[in-house]
Write a protein that binds this ligand. Structure first.
Ligand SMILES: Nc1ncnc2c1ncn2[C@@H]1O[C@H](COP(=O)(O)OP(=O)(O)OP(=O)(O)O)[C@@H](O)[C@H]1O
Ligand SMILES: [Mg+2]
Length: 236
């Protein structure tokens, strides 16, 4: 049984069709990448899976129909979205943002040890513990957003363009954090316009164009596909 199963998903904004029949699967512990140009429907896909926007089609998570759950219930069941542009709470402190990530968890001792482990791993966040999150750099905000999502102990992490707008050194740090999440056995559905890295770290990948999957296969296969190289990898 797949962890996530998406079948014939459609999303419309008024008269505009953003997704036109997308199907995909994510197995437990696996990373699947979705690449595509601006407006291809990548964010709409993740938002529809996270139940933040209405969609038609079948969505199941751990064998259960996703449409029976609200976005909030999904988080408690192990599905977490780190949205495009991070969506941290700018006026709240770093600590408060992190505490929100653990909201609803009853295992207080485990939350404390998860929090401690994250702080060890991300000393920058600890140094800025009481600082307003809006004053963090873009890369630090991305780290905070990911750390917040991880505090919900997800089984599936939806990442919407985690490297967008970041300097190369920061991108590297974000991707090493992603690698650690993979090593912990968390499944990831990763959306990126910067396709190269995404294709390197995923097992399966899809190319989305105008709301449709036009190509799918193993990450390394797609990385060697002529068309993918030309259109998404800058021609080399
Ligand atoms: N709230 C909205 N209202 C109307 N149209 C929308 C809305 N959100 C997205 N769209 C349209 O749906 C299509 C897909 O948008 P989406 O944000 O999913 O693309 P994307 O692949 O994430 O793009 P980007 O790489 O720029 O983030 C686009 O044509 C966009 O203009
Ligand atoms: Mg987007």
């Amino acid at each position: 049984m797949s962890l996530l199963q998406v079948q014939d998903l459609h999303v419309h904004y008024g008269g505009i069709a953003a997704l036109r029949g997308v199907s995909l699967q994510v197995q437990a512990g696996e990373t699947v990448a979705v690449i595509g140009a601006n407006g291809a429907g990548k964010s709409s896909l993740l938002k529809a899976i996270a139940r933040l926007i209405p969609a038609q089609g079948q969505l199941s998570f751990m064998g259960q129909d996703l449409t029976a759950f609200s976005a909030h219930q999904l988080k408690a069941r192990g599905l977490a979205l780190v949205p495009e542009g991070r969506a941290i709470f700018a006026d709240m402190s770093v600590a408060e943002n992190l505490q929100l990530g653990a909201y609803g968890r009853q295992d207080v001792a485990a939350v404390a040890s998860d929090m401690e482990a994250l702080c060890q791993r991300l000393p920058r966040l600890r140094e800025r513990w009481r600082q307003r999150a809006g004053t963090l750099s873009g890369g630090e905000q991305q780290m905070l957003a990911m750390a917040r999502a991880l505090l919900g102990r997800p089984q599936l992490l939806l990442l919407d363009e985690p490297s967008m707008g970041l300097a190369p050194i920061m991108v590297q740090q974000i991707y090493s954090m992603i690698a650690e999440v993979q090593n912990q056995g968390v499944a990831i559905l990763l959306v990126e316009q910067a396709a190269r890295r995404a294709l390197q770290i995923c097992s399966q990948a899809l190319v989305l164009e105008q709301g449709r999957v036009v190509l799918a296969g193993a990450g390394n296969e797609l990385a060697n596909d002529d068309r993918v190289r030309r259109v998404y990898l800058g021609g080399d």
